[in-house]
Design a protein. Structure first.
Length: 326
């Protein structure tokens, strides 16, 4: 596959995938509408780093298309000559989806269907869909496995991702394209979105501001380092066959209090905790059973939470010193 379309390719995960593919000599076309969910300047910086990656010897070519995958004409244009699609573009976030469910469904469901319709004209090219661990809802059986029931999402965001998986299956059934749905588990690392926990907590910790902790700090998440995620995304693209759903996580769960303690240790600062009530739509824990993706795609996460937080901290401090972060 020589040319890959990445929707949301100016974002956090998308730009990491983009740089990996470019370094491997593959051409990348990014479709992004620079949605103002967070500062556009962050995405523009991601685009600049991808352009820099494309300028290195042996790298693939990079193309940015500014547009919305809810627009059928745009989708037809960007899909027309590609050899594979990685659909990372979406409105993210559990809590914001509760405040604006209609918009989340429009982007994440209608937009995904619009893109799939354009892909239909490109027989047999693989389609990778970014789903989410949030589809498991409040499941108490852990670790979460792909065959567990996911019929009770507890946020509009989760419902939109479950809907996307169903759309992808129907598309595969009717058209025969290989489709892979990846259920991401709390991705973090350099370039992470500013509202996500590790980035937000780091910023507040260094500023001496209180860190918001919803509940008693006992919630647990399967934090997955961005480089490990990229390994899985590329493997899913290259080994796509039929219709498959995979968990893609660190296969380890970390308590919120433990995460904050790790950040304190790495940055050498003591956190001020702002204790708040539990939030609607939040779940008690996430934890990925990765046995399927290990067996079928050879995926094996390499980065511990401690190692990943140290790498994030080094990036954050460098970016702040350069005046690119608060």
């Amino acid at each position: 596959m020589s040319k890959i379309l990445i929707t949301g390719g100016a974002g956090f995960i998308g730009s990491h995938v983009c740089r990996r593919l470019l370094a491997a000599g593959r051409d990348v076309r990014v479709l992004d509408n620079f949605d103002p969910f967070y500062a556009e300047s962050i995405k523009r910086r991601n685009v600049a780093t991808c352009s820099e990656a494309a300028a290195r010897p042996g790298a693939g070519r990079y193309e940015l298309v500014e547009g919305d995958f809810r627009d059928a004409g745009t989708c037809e244009r960007v899909v027309g000559d590609v050899d594979g699609v990685i659909h990372l573009g979406a409105l993210a976030g559990v809590r914001p989806s509760i405040a604006d469910p209609i918009r989340y469904m429009d982007v994440n469901v209608t937009g995904t269907q619009t893109l799939l319709e354009a892909v239909r004209a490109r027989p047999r090219i693989p389609f990778v869909f970014a789903s989410s661990s949030s589809v498991y809802g409040g499941n108490e059986k852990v670790p979460f496995a792909e065959d567990d029931p996911v019929d009770h999402p507890v946020s509009p965001y989760a419902a939109s991702k479950k809907s996307g998986e169903v759309l992808c299956y129907t598309f595969h059934h009717l058209n025969g394209h290989p489709v892979t749905c990846l259920r991401f588990f709390t991705v973090y690392g350099p370039g992470q979105r500013p509202e996500m926990a590790i980035h937000l907590f780091s910023r507040k910790l260094l500023a001496g501001e209180p860190i918001p902790m919803f509940g008693d700090g006992s919630t647990r998440r399967d934090y997955t380092y961005c480089d490990d995620i990229v390994d899985g995304v590329v493997a899913a693209l290259d080994k796509a066959d039929g219709y498959r759903i995979y968990n893609i996580g660190g296969a380890h769960t970390t308590e919120l209090r433990e995460l904050i303690a790790t950040l304190e240790d790495v940055f050498g600062r003591k956190a001020i905790i702002d204790r708040r009530p539990e939030q609607p739509g939040d779940v008690k824990q996430t934890w990925a059973d990765t046995s399927r993706i290990r067996a079928e795609l050879g995926f094996a996460p390499q980065t511990t939470v401690r190692e990943g937080v140290e790498r994030f901290a080094a990036w954050y401090l460098a970016e702040r010193a350069a005046g690119r972060l608060a």
